[in-house]
Design a protein around this ligand. Structure first.
Ligand SMILES: [Zn+2]
Length: 83
């Protein structure tokens, strides 16, 4: 069975099938959100609050998205999706 492409979680750095992860996208206009579906820069996270916290605390999510500052609502958005 093909699990599909693997992506690395920016929180814990483990590789998982893409469809098990939350994708955070960055639009060409610079909007960073889980709702950004446009191709381009993106980062993947497990559906796990610990990974969300780690990704933000280490700055890895910010770096992956080439974003100077993450929007406050993004953290809340990710926490709702995590467990
Ligand atoms: Zn993770």
């Amino acid at each position: 069975m093909d699990a599909g492409p693997l992506r690395t979680c920016v929180g814990c750095r483990s590789k998982r099938p893409q469809n098990e992860l939350i994708r955070v996208g960055r639009s060409s206009g610079g909007v960073v959100s889980t709702r950004v579906r446009a191709p381009g820069r993106g980062a993947y996270l497990c559906r796990d609050a610990a990974c969300v916290e780690a990704a933000i605390a280490t700055g890895r999510l910010r770096k992956a998205l080439r974003c100077d500052r993450l929007p406050d609502e993004l953290r809340q958005e990710l926490m709702r999706k995590g467990t």
